[in-house]
Design a protein around this ligand. Structure first.
Ligand code: SPV
Ligand code: MG
Length: 294
């Protein structure tokens, strides 16, 4: 079993993420889907961006159901990486196919400089974890082979491959989730994400209490949102992903403002509830784009 090792200071984002994961406090990532939302994540002080398949799919107006292609995901992820200084963790769904697709995905994402990739043990094509259908899993050995192939294709030793088990999402017992996750560690995973749709943190905390590895654990407290980062860290989680809070905030904000605007006859009605253009200019880097020589 291998622990996350701080890198030999290559200065890359992947090396930085390894350092953070080996550090004394929980690493926090937030979901994003484009350059602007990734910048907002960085500005709010989070340590990493989660290039969420749910958010990227939604940004195309599509369900998170393996419809968006690998190159579309990579394009969005590369933009997020280019517009931020913090590591980007790419949600690569099932790895976009079989073991060969995972190896190809690893090569493409590494070439683009992405710090970490996460793949999950659902069947391709997959559905979002909170959908009530399409939660069938690949046999453990087949997913372990995907992890092995991904790791073998890796060239930068700092790149992280996170194995995500959907066993609890599929209604299996904690012991099945543990068996799978331990097999993924043996196959070479650098971290394990155990996803859950429970309203309470009990099952992920039980998973962590029975975790028999130094490989860091990753939590996505979307439904069990009462849990604190401290509780998760103390249980053994080193990375917490707030997967879609920015997108959901944006949908609420746009819906509310446009709803109000459509019921009135002048734009001033919503002025107080929207940011000034100057705030967007700042996010776009307008001043540096148009800086002229003195
Ligand atoms: C995502 O953000 O795309 C995730 C997390 O994979 S979830 O939507 O909970 O499956
Ligand atoms: Mg996803």
């Amino acid at each position: 079993m291998h622990e996350i090792q701080p890198s030999q200071a290559s200065g890359s984002k992947a090396a930085r993420l390894r350092e953070l994961l080996a550090g004394p406090s929980v690493v926090r990532a937030v979901g994003a889907h484009n350059g602007l939302t990734a910048k907002l994540v960085q500005r709010a002080g989070f340590e990493a961006v989660w290039a969420s398949s749910f958010e990227i799919s939604a940004s195309h107006g599509l369900p998170d159901a393996s419809l968006v292609t690998m190159t579309q995901y990579l394009d969005a992820t590369t933009t997020m990486d280019a517009t931020t200084d913090i590591p980007v963790i790419a949600d690569c769904d099932t790895g976009f196919g079989g073991p060969l697709n995972v190896a190809y995905t690893m090569r493409c994402y590494e070439r683009a400089g992405i710090a970490a990739l996460c793949i999950e043990d659902k069947l391709f094509p997959k559905m979002n974890s909170f959908a009530d259908t399409g939660q069938d899993l690949l046999p453990t050995e087949e997913f372990a082979l995907k992890i092995k192939n991904g790791k073998e294709a890796q060239t930068d030793p700092d790149t992280l491959l996170i194995a995500r088990t959907e066993a609890l999402i599929a209604g299996m017992e904690v012991s099945e989730a543990l068996d799978r996750a331990h097999a993924y560690v043996t196959a070479g995973a650098d971290a394990v994400l155990v996803h859950s749709k429970s309203r309470r943190p009990a099952e992920v905390l039980e998973f962590a209490s029975r975790w028999d590895s130094n490989i860091p654990l990753v939590a996505v407290p979307t439904t069990y949102s009462t849990v604190t980062e401290t509780e998760l860290y103390d249980a053994g989680f080193r990375l917490v992903i707030y997967a879609n809070h920015g997108l959901r905030a944006a949908v609420k904000g746009v819906q509310d403002v446009l709803g109000e605007l459509s019921g009135t006859d002048r734009a001033q009605a919503v002025e107080e509830r929207i940011v000034p253009m100057a705030d967007v200019f700042a996010l776009q880097g307008m001043r540096s784009a148009f800086r002229t020589k003195p």
